[in-house]
Design a protein around this ligand. Structure first.
Ligand SMILES: [Zn+2]
Length: 218
């Protein structure tokens, strides 16, 4: 129990430190949250979202899962995305992966780990799409590159959702970003896959929008 009690002691010290620096901090936060960013990251304990971007409570809406995957049948992730975009009106959605990702490493292997194997199938699919490039690399490079390609694929998956496409259709300011964090030096790198509209989404994934004469109701 000592370990658990320690957590509560740390919490009291943190809350007291916060209040000393800004007596209104918790009162202000209790009234509302107005984050500008939705962060979709890995559950890995070494990648704490707020901490690595130096943001305080209230500044970042966060969704984390193993290997930062965005799946169009995952109602958890989609609920977070919809709430962030339509209610909180975040202006940026960031998928931030990281090098040395255990989920990506497991997806490259063939061991059975339980339910998570179904989840990691999505990363195997990314591998299959880029097999030729990946098989030309050595093992370390291949893992690192798959971490990057996985982030890029998840940004595409975000753009293919109705939630994001409808936001763009309404003229809502919303940018998607793909970043990668390096556990070895603490730095984040932008993978240069920013999307601000539908222009980079393959047409088959476009939903009909009211301004287009498609004959299909929006
Ligand atoms: Zn990870």
């Amino acid at each position: 129990m000592a370990e658990i009690e320690q957590i509560f002691r740390q919490n009291r010290a943190w809350a007291s430190d916060r209040t000393d620096k800004d007596p209104e901090f918790f009162l202000r936060l209790s009234r509302q949250q107005t984050p500008k960013y939705l962060w979709i990251g890995c559950s890995d304990s070494r990648v704490p979202a707020n901490e690595i971007v130096g943001m305080a409570p209230g500044e970042l809406f966060v969704h984390r899962n193993i290997a930062n995957v965005v799946v169009h049948t995952d109602f958890n992730c989609l609920s977070v995305l919809q709430y962030a975009v339509e209610v909180l009106k975040v202006e940026h959605v960031v998928v931030c992966g990281h090098y040395c990702c255990g989920g990506v490493q497991a997806a490259l292997g063939h061991s059975e780990c339980g339910l998570v194997d179904n989840w990691l199938r999505h990363i195997k699919d990314v591998y299959a799409m880029h097999r030729q490039e990946l098989e030309g690399l050595d093992e370390a490079e291949r893992t690192a590159r798959l971490c990057e390609l996985n982030v890029k694929a998840q940004v595409q998956n975000l753009a293919r959702t109705k939630i994001v496409q409808h936001a763009w259709e309404r003229g809502q300011k919303l940018s998607l970003h793909g970043w990668i964090y390096d556990i070895r030096d603490g730095l984040i790198r932008d993978l240069g896959v920013r999307m601000d509209d539908r222009s980079l989404i393959p047409e088959i994934y476009h939903f009909a929008i009211a301004s287009e004469e498609t004959g299909v109701p929006a």
